[in-house]
Write a protein that binds this ligand. Structure first.
Ligand SMILES: NC(=O)c1ccc[n+]([C@@H]2O[C@H](COP(=O)([O-])OP(=O)(O)OC[C@H]3O[C@@H](n4cnc5c(N)ncnc54)[C@H](OP(=O)(O)O)[C@@H]3O)[C@@H](O)[C@H]2O)c1
Length: 160
């Protein structure tokens, strides 16, 4: 089971300068609630950005990082794979929460079963984007609207 979780602006922007282009505490809480205790998979840029923000990997989660850099340094407990394929193979039959960034979302997009998308009601300048969510491939199964954002859940209509 591969689950994508992302916060996506109206123009599909998800990041700027290896950080989030907004600060939405409710979304961080939502992310924390959904991923708590789970296995989270991310690219090296997202991992670096988390370390910059928190000073440590995401607590109470199994942090998995994908990089091509054999010298990429991680604290104890963080697992590194040198290809996305290797990571997904090792995690086969497990629930994996894919938490970004853009390059990882793009590669995992055709394989994902579910998505938790926070629709952010902004059109910020950015440098990283989420793929377009095709309504023929993804069915919206729940939506909770708040001031400035919405929590939306999708499931794949036909798994490739
Ligand atoms: N809005 C959101 O929900 C959200 C969530 C997460 C991140 N973000 C934002 O997204 C941006 C980061 O996205 P990004 O695309 O630059 O970075 P990323 O996807 O986090 O990481 C990219 C890096 O991952 C490694 N990688 C990717 N595919 C690989 C593969 N198949 N095999 C081996 N290594 C692979 C490479 O690392 P090496 O270069 O080390 O080899 C690559 O440079 C930031 O601005 C971040 O804040 C937003």
């Amino acid at each position: 089971m591969i689950i994508i979780i992302a916060a996506v602006a109206k123009n599909n922007v998800i990041g700027r300068g290896n950080d989030l282009p907004w600060h939405i505490p409710e979304d961080l809480k939502h992310f924390q609630n959904l991923t708590n205790g789970k296995t989270v998979l991310m690219g090296s840029n997202t991992f670096t950005s988390i370390i910059k923000r928190l000073g440590k990997p995401l607590p109470n989660r199994k942090n998995i990082v994908v990089t091509s850099d054999k010298n990429f340094n991680v604290p104890p407990g963080v697992i590194v794979y040198y290809s996305l394929q290797d990571a997904l193979l090792a995690l086969k039959n497990q629930e994996v929460w894919v938490i970004g960034g853009a390059s990882i979302y793009k590669q995992v997009f055709p394989l994902a079963d579910k998505m938790y998308i926070t629709e952010v009601d902004l059109r910020p300048v950015g440098d990283t984007y989420f793929p377009n969510i095709s309504k023929t491939e993804w069915r919206e199964i729940s939506r909770k609207q708040y001031e400035g954002f919405a929590f939306v859940e999708y499931e794949r209509i036909n798994k490739l």
